[in-house]
Ligand binder design. Sequence first.
Ligand SMILES: [Zn+2]
Length: 385
Amino acid sequence: MIHCPLCGVVPVPEEDLPVILPTHYQLKDPRSPLLDDPEFTQVACPQCGAAARRETDTMDTFVESSWYYARFACPDAGQMLDQRAADWLPVDQYVGGVEHAVLHLLYARFFNRLLRDVGLLPADGAHDEPFRHLLTQGMVLKDGSKMSKSKGNTVDPQGLIDRYGADTARLFILFAAPPEQHLEWSDSAVEGAYRFLNRFWRLVHEYGATPPALPAELSAEAVDLRRAVHQCIDRVSRNMDGRYHFNVAIAAIMELTNSLMKVPADAPADLRAVLGEGLRALTLLLAPFAPHIAEVLWQKLGQSGVISHASWPVADAGALRCDTVTLVIQINGKLRERMDFPADADHASVEQTVLADSAMQRHLEGKTVRKVIIVPGRLVNVVAG
Ligand SMILES: [Zn+2]
């Protein structure tokens, strides 16, 4: 644009575009060097020929930030975008602060449609929007208010990293709150994350690298522990994949760690084997949160290769299955007993077992059973009078 004292703002005629910027400047201060270059600023008005001034604010920052995601897909392209942008876009997951939730995202959508309309992205319906999913991060608060340099209440994570290591700093931040919520900074929670990693570190080191093989037949205790291991895998996977509930995932990892710590060193071989399975799974589940420690523990557990190349664990549906279910047994709505049944027991066999139970027979002495109501997985109510 050219500012003419007579004509006002006049666009540079199309045949004079593009205006090539000078490249001979030495950048000294944050001001645009164009401002001090009369060769650039002093021009003739394209309309009337009067002495006029060329605009130096040549491009708004939003022009770049509104389509950088597309250029990132083909950074060395000789034109604005090439086929790689079409191949990679739209962005699967966009992460940003809430301060970008209106302007930047709105402009990015405008630009994306423009790129599509001028043929730089395919008009195939799949490239109308720049981003598939948006995660808006919460802010970090200190003593209830937003951390800011002007308030002087910022915490430098470098201090945490120096004192506790990057794994603790990362685990603490991810455990403190779901990513879309504000995070209240707490020094004591940092200690908690540090102690947890130390506990897990010791547990793996006490266990060592030579787990017994998992026997075909497991004791009831080993079956229960194995179920806890696979429930944890299931819970962590579900809370990370697409949901980003990292704090819930970490809570599940801590919970299983506590369960595994209760297995004594002289436990039977099947229990020790399940413990080994659990430690390998936990190390894999922990790796995204505490990658450095996980890498060392992976070697300690005798695993080959680096953990970041290892496959994510998959919950074993068989291990998740509960073989027995405990039912509350009531007589006329009052709790009398609790009894275990095979998970797949049918109503007839549950009823038969309840009525044949000697304790129940004592409760029912002198009464006539009128009806047996079974709520699967929960309770049996014997109506008698
Ligand atoms: Zn003019």
